[in-house]
Design a protein around this ligand. Structure first.
Ligand code: SF4
Ligand code: SF4
Length: 208
């Protein structure tokens, strides 16, 4: 089990044969930083290293607002996005993901060694992926934080002086990307409150 002031993560039986991890938010003002720290501690204590497996490095990896900082603020945000990101659409929703090679592998994957070439600066989505089934609320919390982080990145991209992929984004309404907890936190993204990233109806389940 890993626990801090705001978040607890532990291993629990999902059914007769399967383990999962569960997450409980312990404080109404728990933060994204506490969530990530608890997941890091849980993974370090519970899971084996990925060496020899690159299974999830061929999947879609949403980019989020924290990723610019986790990458060490490499230059202008718009230039960074164009370098590492891909733009797509889910219906009318903008989807910003980590760029993949034509064969579907993440552009940061060392395919020969089957390991991440950028482990120290990997994305929030990669860091919060535990190689285990999740309980419903663990799934809901991670999805909500990642979605809010991606929305904040889109919001800032649309509001920026330089708009990457300007032609393709011409029809996107910036009003669809309202400020969220990441907006208030700004560069101090770890201080973003989970309660401001999760829909109210999900929050009760995550807090219970
Ligand atoms: S987390 Fe991904 S890369 Fe690591 S062992 Fe699991 S599937 Fe493989
Ligand atoms: S950043 Fe690293 S861990 Fe994440 S998908 Fe790419 S290669 Fe895998």
């Amino acid at each position: 089990m890993a626990e801090n002031r705001g978040v607890k993560v532990w291993l629990c039986p999902l059914d007769e044969y399967t383990f999962a991890y569960d997450v409980q938010v312990l404080a109404d003002d728990a933060t994204v930083g506490e969530y990530m720290d608890a997941l890091d501690e849980f993974q370090a204590a519970t899971l084996a290293d990925c060496y020899g497996c690159d299974g999830c490095c061929h999947e879609r990896v949403p980019l989020t607002w924290p990723d610019y900082f986790l990458a060490g603020q490499p230059g202008d945000p718009a230039d960074w996005l164009m370098l590492v990101g891909e733009l797509d659409f889910w219906g009318e929703a903008v989807d910003l993901t980590l760029r993949r090679k034509p064969n579907g592998a993440c552009h940061l994957l060392d395919e020969d060694a089957k390991c991440c070439s950028a482990h120290q600066v990997r994305t929030f989505t990669c860091r919060t992926h535990c190689c285990l089934p999740k309980t419903d609320r663990a799934e809901a919390l991670r999805a909500a934080v990642i979605n809010a982080g991606e929305d904040e990145l889109v919001r800032r991209m649309l509001a920026g002086a330089v708009r990457p992929w300007a032609d393709r984004l011409a029809g996107v309404d910036a009003a669809d990307y309202a400020p969220n907890g990441f907006t208030n936190a700004g560069a101090d993204w770890r201080s973003a409150r989970l309660a401001e990233l999760v829909e109210p109806e999900q929050w009760a389940q995550i807090r219970e």
